[in-house]
Design a protein around this ligand. Structure first.
Ligand code: FAD
Length: 680
C-alpha cells in the first residue's frame, strides 16, 4: 500500500514537472545565479529580472582580455537591448559568448519558474570513477537518490593533511550545495582536480545534464559590522610554529585564537617530511655518532657562514632535544633511525614515523588546542597588527577571504606572528634575493604577509637576503622529493653525462649551485635496491605512480636505467664502477663525501631526476631570545612575538636540513610561554 502511494506520488511529480517544463510564465522578480564553464575558467552569472524585463546581467569570469571578455560584454549588451536570449554567438569568441548565453537562458528558465531540469531525475544508485590523484589512483563513488547527490566516498592514497583536507572540503561543498561548480583547493590542485573529475564522471553516468548541478557555491553571509572577539593571545598562522605556541598558551591557562588564511591548517609544515634535528647522544651513541649541544651550535653557525645571531642559535641548540621530547609527550611518533638528511651535515636527524610532518607536528597539537578551548578561524587573513597609543600591540584586523567579513580581534596579552616564509611570493624573492623564474616547493600561502605586517608597525628584519634553493626539486613541478631521492650515503648525484659533479653530503646551496651549471640544470640521484629510499623500496606505497609520472626510473641494469632516464650509459656505468672502488677504499678522494656505506651493485637500480627549487627563506622579522619582535631602534615592540620561518637570525645564509622544524618548535614554544608571562 505504502509502495503504491510512493509510486503515484513519483508519477504525479514527474507529470507536474513535465507540465511545468512546457508552461511559459512571465519572469518572477529577483536575481538568479548560475555557474557555467567558460573558455578559461568557470563564469558566474547573476541575472536580475524586474517587471518582466531582464534589467541586469553580471558575469564574473577570467576569460581572455580583449577577446572572451569583449564577447561577454557584447552578448550581455545585446540580450538587454533585445530583451531576448534568441541571439547569435560572437564569432572569434564562440565559447565565451555561448557559455554566457546558455547561462542567461538557464537563469531565464529559473525566473519563469520552469523546472524543466527536474525532469532529469537522477537514476538512483552508486556510480564509480577511478582517476589519478597526486599520489596515485583515487576511486570516487557517488551515491544518488532520486533528487540529489546523497553521498560521496573516496578511496585514495593522498597525503594526510593536504590531500585529505582538499577531499573533505570538496565533498562537503558538493553535498551541501548540490553543485559541481566547486573550485580546486589551493595548494592541493592535483588532488582537487582529480576528485572533481571523478564526481563529474559519476554524474555523467547517471545520464543527467551536468548543467543541473552548476549552481554557485554558497558564500557565508557577511555581517555589516566587524566581528569582535577578545582573547589572551592571537596567533597568526596555523603551521608548526603557530601550533607549538598555541599549545603552550592553552596548557598555561590562556585563551587563544589562531587565524589561518587558508581553507585548511598546516601551512608549509604540512608539506614537510617531518625531519627534525636535535643532538641526542643516547640515540646517536647506538650508531657510533658523537654529538653535543656545542657541536650542534657550531655546525649551525658555520653552515650559515656565521651570519646568524649567536644568541638565538645558542637558545635554539640548547632547546632542540627538549623540543623533540616535548613533541613526543604531545603525541608525535618517530622512526628509530638517526641519520644525516640532505644538507643535514651531521647524523642527528630523526623522522616523524610516516615521514609526514602533518601527522606529528599539526594533528596532535591541533587536538590539544581545540580540546582546551582554543579557537581556529579558517579562511581568515590577518591584514593589520593593531597598536595602542604607546605602540603596544593590542590586536589584529583580519578579513574572511570568502566574503570580506571584517574581524577586529583584541589580544589582552599579545599577538604571535607565525605566518611562515615568503618562498611562494615571487615579487619578494626578486626584491630580497634577486632570484627569478625558479619553481618553489612551498605552499602557495608562504607569501611573507607576517613580515609585511610587522614592518608596517616598525619591526626590523634580519637576513632577508638569504634564501635556500633546495637541490631536490621535481624538475617538472618544483615539489620536494627528498623522500624518494635516495639515502645520501648510498647514492650518487650524476649529470646527464653520467658523471658525478658535487659532494652529495654537502650544503644544499652548494649542490644547487653546482646543479645549475650542469646540462639542463638537472641532476640524477642514482642508487640501488639495497641503498634504497628513506622509506625502504618496498614500503614506498606509490612507487608505480612515481614511475608512470617519470619522477622515478627503475631498471634491472645500469645500462637500461641510463637508457630509460636519458643518461649517457657508458658515462654512468664507468662512474658507478669507479665509485664502488671508492666505497671499498673507504674514502671519497673525488668529492670528499663524508659517508660511504654501500656499493651501488644490487639491482633493481633507481634514478630520480632533481633540480633546484626555492625552498626556505632564512631571513625575516628580527626577534630576541624571548621571541619578542625588535623594532628599527633595537627596542622590543610590546606584546608582539614571532616564531618559525617568518623570523630571521637563526639560519644565517644557509639552513641545515632538519633545522627548520626544530626552530618552529623551540621558538613557537618560547613565544607561547613568554606571552603567558612564563620565563624559565
Ligand atoms: C616541501 C617541504 C618539506 C620540508 N621538510 C622539512 C623537514 O623535513 N624538516 C625541516 O626541518 N624543515 C622542512 N621544511 C621547512 C619547514 O617545513 C618550514 O620551515 C616550517 O614548516 C615553517 O613552519 P611555520 O610554522 O613557520 O610556517 P607554516 O607551516 O608555513 O605556517 C604558516 C601558516 O600561516 C598562514 N598564514 C600566512 N599568512 C597569513 C595571514 N596573513 N593570515 C593568516 N594566516 C596566514 C599560512 O597559510 C600557513 O598555514 C620543509 C619545507 C617544505 C616546503
Amino acid at each position: 500500500m505504502k509502495m503504491g502511494k510512493i509510486l503515484i506520488a513519483s508519477f504525479m511529480l514527474a507529470l507536474n514537472v513535465y507540465v511545468a517544463g512546457n508552461t511559459k510564465e512571465p519572469y518572477k522578480d529577483g536575481t538568479y545565479s548560475i555557474v557555467v564553464s567558460g573558455h578559461n575558467k568557470d563564469i558566474k552569472i547573476d541575472t536580475t529580472f524586474k517587471g518582466n524585463s531582464i534589467v541586469k546581467i553580471e558575469a564574473k569570469h577570467e576569460e581572455t582580455k580583449g577577446l572572451g571578455d569583449t564577447a561577454i560584454n557584447q552578448t550581455i549588451k545585446t540580450i538587454i537591448e533585445k530583451q531576448s536570449t534568441d541571439i547569435d554567438t560572437i564569432s572569434g569568441a564562440t565559447v565565451s559568448s555561448k557559455a554566457l548565453l546558455d547561462g542567461v537562458k538557464e537563469t531565464e528558465s529559473m525566473a519563469k519558474g520552469e523546472s524543466k531540469k527536474l525532469v532529469d531525475i537522477f537514476k538512483t544508485g552508486t556510480y564509480t570513477s577511478t582517476v589519478t590523484g597526486h599520489n596515485g589512483e583515487m576511486t570516487v563513488k557517488v551515491d544518488f537518490s532520486t533528487d540529489k547527490i546523497k553521498d560521496i566516498k573516496v578511496d585514495h592514497v593522498e597525503s594526510n593533511g593536504i590531500g585529505t583536507a582538499a577531499i573533505d572540503i570538496i565533498v562537503s561543498e558538493v553535498l551541501n550545495n548540490q553543485s559541481l561548480a566547486v573550485d580546486s583547493v589551493s595548494g592541493a590542485t592535483v588532488t582537487s582536480n582529480a576528485l572533481i573529475m571523478g564526481i563529474n564522471n559519476c554524474v555523467e553516468q547517471t545520464g543527467i545534464s551536468k548543467e543541473v548541478l552548476r549552481k554557485p557555491i554558497a558564500v557565508p553571509k557577511k555581517n555589516e559590522k566587524a566581528i569582535q572577539k577578545t582573547v589572551d593571545v592571537i596567533i597568526i598562522g596555523a603551521g608548526g610554529s603557530g601550533f607549538a605556541a598555541a599549545t603552550e598558551v592553552v596548557e598555561n591557562g590562556g585563551t587563544v585564537i589562531i587565524l589561518e588564511k587558508n581553507e585548511y591548517i598546516g601551512g608549509n609544515t604540512a608539506r614537510a617530511g617531518g625531519t627534525l634535528n636535535a643532538p641526542d647522544p643516547e640515540r646517536q651513541s647506538k650508531i657510533g655518532v658523537e654529538d653535543s649541544v656545542e657541536l650542534f651550535y657550531k655546525n649551525t653557525m658555520e653552515a650559515g657562514d656565521n651570519k646568524s645571531n649567536p644568541e638565538l642559535v645558542k637558545v635554539f641548540s640548547e632547546n632542540a632535544l627538549a623540543a623533540r621530547k616535548w613533541l613526543s609527550a604531545h603525541g608525535t611518533k618517530w622512526t628509530e633511525n638517526v641519520y644525516q638528511t640532505i644538507g643535514g651535515l651531521w647524523p642527528r636527524s630523526m623522522d616523524e614515523k610516516d615521514k609526514v610532518a602533518y601527522n606529528g607536528f599539526i594533528e596532535p597539537l591541533e587536538k590539544i588546542v581545540l580540546d582546551k578551548g582554543g579557537d581556529i578561524i579558517l579562511n581568515c587573513k590577518a591584514e593589520e597588527i593593531l597598536t595602542g597609543a604607546d605602540g603596544k600591540v593590542i590586536g589584529v584586523k583580519a578579513v574572511d577571504t570568502r566574503n570580506g567579513q571584517v574581524y577586529e580581534l583584541t589580544a589582552i596579552k599579545g599577538v604571535i606572528i607565525a605566518t611562515g616564509g615568503y618562498g611562494a611570493n615571487q615579487e619578494m624573492v626578486k626584491k630580497f634575493n634577486n632570484v627569478e623564474g625558479l619553481p618553489t616547493s612551498n605552499a602557495p600561502t608562504s607569501t611573507g604577509d607576517g613580515i609585511e605586517m610587522a614592518v608596517k608597525i616598525g619591526a626590523a628584519t634580519e637576513g632577508t637576503e638569504y634564501i635556500q634553493i633546495h637541490p631536490h626539486g621535481n624538475p617538472m613541478t618544483g615539489g620536494l622529493q627528498s623522500h624518494f631521492a635516495g639515502v645520501i650515503k648510498n647514492s650518487i648525484y650524476v649529470n646527464k653525462e653520467g658523471k658525478r659533479f658535487t659532494e652529495e653530503s654537502g650544503r644544499r646551496d652548494t649542490i644547487s649551485e653546482d646543479t645549475i651549471k650542469q646540462t639542463g640544470q638537472v641532476m640524477y640521484s642514482i642508487f640501488d635496491s639495497k641503498g634504497g629510499f628513506y622509506a625502504g623500496v618496498l614500503k614506498l606505497k606509490n612507487k608505480e605512480d612515481l614511475i608512470n609520472k617519470k619522477y622515478l626510473y627503475e631498471a634491472d641494469t645500469l645500462e637500461e636505467l641510463a637508457k630509460k632516464a636519458g643518461l649517457d650509459a657508458k658515462g654512468l656505468t664507468a662512474t658507478v664502477s669507479h665509485y664502488n672502488k671508492l666505497v671499498e677504499s673507504g674514502k671519497d678522494t673525488d668529492f670528499e663525501k663524508d659517508e660511504l656505506e654501500q656499493k651501488i651493485e644490487t639491482g633493481p637500480f633507481y634514478c630520480v631526476p632533481l633540480s633546484p627549487t626555492i625552498h626556505h627563506t632564512m631571513g625575516g622579522i628580527k626577534i630576541n631570545t624571548d621571541a619578542q619582535v625588535i623594532n628599527n631602534s633595537g627596542k622590543i615592540i610590546k606584546n608582539l612575538y614571532a616564531a618559525g620561518e617568518v623570523t630571521g637570525g637563526i639560519h644565517g645564509t644557509n639552513r641545515i636540513g632538519g633545522n627548520a622544524l626544530t626552530d618552529c618548535v623551540v621558538f613557537g614554544r618560547i613565544a607561547g610561554k613568554r606571552v603567558m608571562g612564563i620565563k624559565e
